[in-house]
Design a binder for this molecule. Structure first.
Ligand code: GLY
Ligand code: MN
Ligand code: MN
Length: 439
């Protein structure tokens, strides 16, 4: 049995059963679907890659791991692709028993009856919610005199989230690969970007590189923003021409074996930062390096956010974007005008990964960093193009610098350090490109 599943079983209460659904295909248009992406929790526990499956985990059973899957079907497989079927689920994916998915609703009583607790997360799979509610309704009608349905329903998310938050060596290896592939794609972009190119060409270039190196694709929709498009946090149209004199912000990561990387770099389209661009860049870079250093055992998620706010507020004062006492500006949240997002998030199977930002002691207790956690560090400054209160030379500049950091016993390791962020180094890399062309 997969080690993640084994660990989850150990965390389950006695006399309980868990129902964990796979993802379904999603319609893109009419009768075509988006490329399938497995549900992260389901993938983490089972490693089973197909849609429409359900894992039932019953630690008290001699066969604790049942998998309901799409059955083999020659015609369906000819049209839509191979299936593992019940035999493959057992033989290739380690299920103790497997059944056709169509049997699940008929089996539900047999699966759940006699257990005190059911681990199930409502409001993710509406169809399965209905099946489970239907079963519970039926049991209630019988007034729990003759039946013994689970009477405690527990959301397994905190347990699985906590497991996913602390990465194993094997997961870290996959994440390092996801990070390397994306880092190389960013370096490629630095070498190729020039005025007159379209954002979409940069996107195509990077994504093609990632696929070529074994990534299943991007970990999220790439953000490729030239000029003031960089001030739109989730700019994903990526269809404008790149202009001489502007910066380009690229936020792009690869997905490898289900694991995400998440990297942002901001660099000059023509290969040389202007004085004003460099002034803003240097501040963001300094904050980013300090926040990376801060991402270590002994500090908490919340303290790191506050630290980034304090540093960036100081930076905003230095640039003349804000005036006043730092303490008052922070209290008034004046920084929100130019820095409106978190300094980072957990990273793993989801780009904004599972795991709570607080401890079991409650929402007021911020989570301390611990070895095995991977977090992004991504401060930014975004000066709206029409912001009359900002010095004119800074208007329309958006800068974010983002790396992926693994917390270790004695500090941290930057998984994405292969892509330069020192502005001199970036200019040198881009200059080399020009010289190579001239030769
Ligand atoms: N790319 C999404 C993020 O940086 O959070
Ligand atoms: Mn991020
Ligand atoms: Mn990002």
């Amino acid at each position: 049995m997969r080690s993640h599943l084994k660990k989850f079983i150990e965390a389950m209460e006695p006399n309980s059963v868990a129902v964990i659904p796979a993802a379904h295909e999603a319609t893109r248009s009419y009768d075509t679907e988006y490329k399938f992406r497995q549900d992260s929790d389901f993938w983490y526990l089972t490693g089973f890659p197909e849609p429409d499956a359900i894992a039932v985990i019953d630690p008290s059973s001699k066969t604790p791991y049942s998998l309901y899957v799409r059955p083999r079907d020659l015609e369906m497989e000819t049209w839509f692709g191979r299936r593992q079927g019940v035999d493959g689920a057992v033989k290739n994916y380690g299920a103790d028993r497997a059944f056709p998915i169509e049997r699940f609703s008929g089996d539900i009583g047999k699966l759940l009856d006699g257990h005190e607790r059911l681990y199930y997360r409502f409001a993710v799979d509406k169809g399965l919610d209905q099946t489970i509610l239907g079963y519970l309704t039926e049991q209630r009608v019988r007034r729990i005199k003759t039946a013994y349905p689970p009477h405690i329903i527990i959301d397994p998310t905190p347990i699985i989230g906590d497991m996913r938050l602390h990465k194993t060596e094997k997961e870290i290896e996959a994440m390092q690969r996801a990070a390397d592939i994306a880092a190389e794609a960013h370096v490629l972009a630095m070498k190729k970007v020039k005025p007159g190119m379209n954002e979409s060409q940069v996107e195509a270039l990077m994504e093609s590189y990632m696929r070529d190196k074994g990534a299943s694709g991007v970990a999220y929709n790439s953000i490729i923003g030239g000029g003031d498009n960089a001030t739109i946090l989730h700019y994903v149209e990526n269809n404008m021409p790149l202009k001489d004199g502007d910066l380009i912000l690229i936020d792009a990561g690869a997905e490898y074996q289900g694991y995400a990387s998440d990297i942002t770099r901001t660099f000059p389209i023509n290969g040389k930062y202007s004085k004003a661009q460099r002034e803003v860049y240097d501040i963001v870079l300094d904050v980013q390096e300090k926040c990376i250093e801060y991402t270590k055992v002994g500090n908490t998620v919340k303290a790191r956010q506050e630290y980034s706010i304090e540093l960036l507020t100081e930076g905003m004062k230095q640039l003349g974007l804000l005036k006043g006492k730092t303490k008052d500006l922070i209290k008034k949240k004046a920084y929100m005008k130019y820095y409106m997002h978190g300094v980072g998030h957990y990273l793993g199977l989801d780009v904004h990964d599972a795991g709570r930002y607080f401890t079991d002691q409650g929402a007021k207790n911020s989570r301390p960093f611990a070895p095995g956690m991977v977090l992004t560090v991504e401060p930014g400054l975004y000066i709206p193009p029409d912001d009359k209160s900002a010095p004119a030379k800074y208007r329309g500049i958006g800068i974010r610098i983002e790396d992926d950091v693994l917390v270790t016993k004695d500090g941290n390791r930057n998984l994405t350090s292969k892509v330069p962020k020192d502005p001199d180094e970036i200019e040198a890399l881009m200059g080399k490109r020009r010289m190579a062309k001239a030769a």
